[in-house]
Design a protein. Structure first.
Length: 127
């Protein structure tokens, strides 16, 4: 990767974190260096287990990318249908998106995904 191609991960982490923070109302939020996690505040019975708040999303600064973890696609795979390209191209595994570029379209799609996910969690009683 050429020097001019190098992304500013600290700045990108702040931008993705800002998007996540706009959706924090109603969630429990935990922050530590390089990581922000959001979970519901209701006890949830899911797959015969009781959770003290279902995990929702997080942003984690990794070595070469920003990890955006979005749990609704893990618990309800059909929810992946609301993920659009180019965000879908960033999906690695079931629920982790590797964000490697500062792209307003990606940030907008993350914002839309979080809005839909929050509405979804409310509709199934997770929030």
């Amino acid at each position: 990767m050429a020097a001019f191609d190098k992304i500013d991960l600290d700045n990108l982490f702040r931008k993705v974190s800002d998007v996540l923070s706009r959706h924090s109302d109603g969630f429990s939020v935990r922050q530590k260096d390089g990581c922000i996690e959001m979970a519901g505040t209701k006890k949830v019975n899911y797959l015969n287990r009781v959770f003290d708040g279902m995990f929702f999303a997080s942003v984690v600064r990794q070595k070469n990318f920003i990890g955006f973890y979005y749990f609704p696609v893990y618990t309800h795979p059909e929810h992946l249908d609301v993920v659009h390209d180019p965000l879908k191209k960033c999906l690695k595994g079931k629920s982790c998106f590797h964000i490697k570029k500062d792209d307003p379209l990606l940030l907008d799609q993350i914002d839309q995904l979080l809005t839909k996910g929050k509405d979804f969690y409310k509709s199934i009683g997770f929030l």
